[in-house]
Design a protein around this ligand. Structure first.
Ligand SMILES: [Zn+2]
Length: 258
């Protein structure tokens, strides 16, 4: 059973018990308020953190990987900065995954072609990536995913299977949309925070502290600082005998629909 459903049953049962008990003994309304508050916190936590697998199952790493293998992913592109990222990846002969925003694919078809010709994985990261994505109803989420799938298919000739929700936030509408589109949700277990903090040293240290077999690193190809960090990171991985593998290989999943 989905965690969201199980949690709802659990808290509804407590509230029902409180309601029934209040018929026989005096129970302060404050108890019900506390129960509802705790429920709200649990839902908030589950919706915010993709690795909690609260609304949907998300692949955030390969916990069974024992060899020093790791995958690198980039969100929010393609953008002019992506070409700088591609130069570094090419220099170190590394294949990464790019979770693209549909609107950006429309703006930068030449970069999409470059991603394809250099054999990187292309995945879906919604069409607009709007701050309101988490308030969209099921059908609008489906439309966002299908629009981006169609754009990627136009250049690649096949549909992406991987989807990363904007901000890593999930909810019941997204879950219901995914039941229709059948995308596999890809999360991460190393968040670089490169989209928020503009300090290369901080980002680099934050990543290398968390590196372990089977990990998935989240970075942004839209950020200039990431270019420098990426080169440092690839040197670190090389020195420590880590192999950067494509994410479909790390997770044993198919990146595209046939
Ligand atoms: Zn994003």
């Amino acid at each position: 059973m989905l965690k969201h459903k199980a949690v709802a049953i659990f808290f509804t049962t407590i509230l029902a018990i409180l309601a029934i008990a209040s018929l026989f003994v005096a129970i302060e309304i404050g108890y019900a308020v506390i129960v509802i508050f705790v429920w709200f916190i649990v839902v908030l936590y589950g919706s915010t953190f993709i690795f909690s697998n609260y609304h949907v199952h998300a692949y955030c790493s390969n916990p069974l990987e024992t060899e020093k293998k790791i995958a690198i992913t980039f969100d929010d592109g393609p953008s002019p900065n992506t070409t700088l990222i591609l130069e570094v990846l090419e220099k170190y002969q590394v294949k990464a995954a790019f979770f693209c925003i549909g609107q950006q694919v429309e703006k930068h078809p030449e970069i999409v072609r470059k991603l394809i010709s250099e054999n990187h994985i292309i995945a879906n990261h919604s069409y607009e990536h709007s701050s309101f994505f988490d308030f969209l109803r099921r059908d609008s989420v489906i439309e966002e995913l299908r629009k981006t799938d169609a754009l990627i298919e136009k250049y690649l000739g096949k549909k992406p299977q991987f989807f990363r929700p904007p901000y890593g936030v999930t909810n019941p509408s997204i879950r219901r949309a995914l039941e229709v589109t059948k995308h596999k949700v890809i999360g991460w277990n190393i968040r670089s925070l490169d989209g928020i903090i503009k300090n290369e040293k901080f980002i680099y240290k934050r990543i290398i502290k968390r590196v372990k077999p089977g990990a998935i690193i989240l970075m942004h190809d839209t950020t200039f600082e990431t270019v420098q960090v990426l080169e440092q990171l690839l040197l670190f991985l090389e020195k420590n005998k880590y192999e950067v593998v494509p994410i479909d290989q790390l997770l044993n999943l198919k990146a595209y629909e046939n």
